[in-house]
Design a protein around this ligand. Structure first.
Ligand code: SF4
Length: 67
């Protein structure tokens, strides 16, 4: 799947990091880093992270033919 975070919108609340620590992490105090193309096994975590983000900064696309 593909993940995109609108970093202009992100306010570093960190809910995504709690919901999907394999995908999202902080680099330094407020700079969010994330996996742009996590494997399908992480799809559920990404969905939770997107739902948890208070500013709806996370979008994703699932790719049926691969990861
Ligand atoms: S939950 Fe949303 S606002 Fe918070 S760090 Fe993640 S992307 Fe940014």
């Amino acid at each position: 799947m593909r993940v995109l975070v609108d970093l202009n919108r992100c306010l570093s609340y960190g809910q995504c990091v709690f919901a999907a620590p394999s995908v999202f992490r902080f680099h330094g105090a407020e700079s969010l880093e994330y996996d742009y193309a996590p494997g399908r096994a992480l799809a559920e975590e990404v969905r939770h992270a997107a739902a948890a983000c208070p500013v709806q900064a996370i979008t994703y696309a699932e790719e049926p033919s691969g990861e």
